[in-house]
Design a protein around this ligand. Sequence first.
Ligand SMILES: [Cu+2]
Length: 399
Amino acid sequence: MTRRGLLRAGVLTGGGLVAVAVAACAKPAGVGWTLGPTATSGTAAAGASPSAAPAASSAAPTAAASAEMSHAPSASAAPQSTDHDANAKAGVDRFLGGEAASYPMGNQPLEPRLENGVKVFEMTIDEIEHRIDAVLPPVKALGYNGMWPGPRLTVTEGDKIRAIFKNNLKESTGVHFHGQRLPNAMDGVPHITQEPIPAGGSFTYEFTAKTVGSHMYHSHHNATDQVGRGLLGAFIVQPKAPAERYDQLYGASQDIVWISNDTLGGFTINGRGFPATAPIVAKLGDKIVIRFMNEGQMMHPWHLHGVPMRVVARDGYPLGAAAFTCDTLGVNPGERWDVVIDCDEPGAWAFHCHILQHAEGMDGMYGMVTALVVQDAAAAVSLQRAGAPAFACVIPTKV
Ligand SMILES: [Cu+2]
């Protein structure tokens, strides 16, 4: 089967990871979608440079925020590209060509080992080189078990948890399980509930998973810098009653974790910037769940074209009769919102942050952009723009 045939088969079948050579995603000179407008204005170029990344990421909160936000609307009016259409198309072609699947993704599930009825997670905290996309140089980041986002930890309500964190950094840290009701000593706040975990040291967090739903774990020490550089991950507590889990409650065929961040590497979804963000691929008639989590410094209003979102839980707590429907959902830092999407309209639907500076500039789309592809065999051809390859499918994470 030819590469193009393989990609088309992916569209029709919702098939698995499609390996696409990075070489096929060659980037036109001078184009930097992922890092956003600041890349072209020079400020975020530091984030693209491995040697300069730590300095940029360790800036004070206000400086970091201003670096990312320095692209004032007036600045965007300045010519940055001699050929917007060509550069924008080149970015979309990379997305369509399956860049997301061309190198390993974070947020991979981590299976615990069972020790006397306790679920034990072994975690390391490491300096890593992280690729925001397949083309830009890697950034000097931090990761749990070598990835950003860190491993996805999924447990069941009532489970006894032991999470052992070995700090391989040259700096101290602390780990907070955000959203969990747990013993105070396990809250992970250095100098309040524990001493910092020193460079080379370890700390063991033990608690019973009481708080059902979508939660997170992240650094709570020098956090603007450490979380901004990637020390974050999803912690999902499934309800004990199977009938309350999203696959049974809503008939969800996919359960997708979506963690945003907005410091190192610019505006990211699960550690990626467009065009390396993963498309969500569903079949016509599927119901899917997305768990939005915001580990960044600012609110992001997620806007889905084509089909609405039913918002069913906030911070892990079911909304019940207060569930509501929308097409744009603002997610503040620290919040988690769970939505159900009824994929009843075939098409390739843009899915992006609607603070436009986080999604599109003079060289086309970057950062917080992906797509929901609703496949329909009869309509598959219409999903393809003339002359473009079909969407490569990436298996979204399943909780
Ligand atoms: Cu945004």
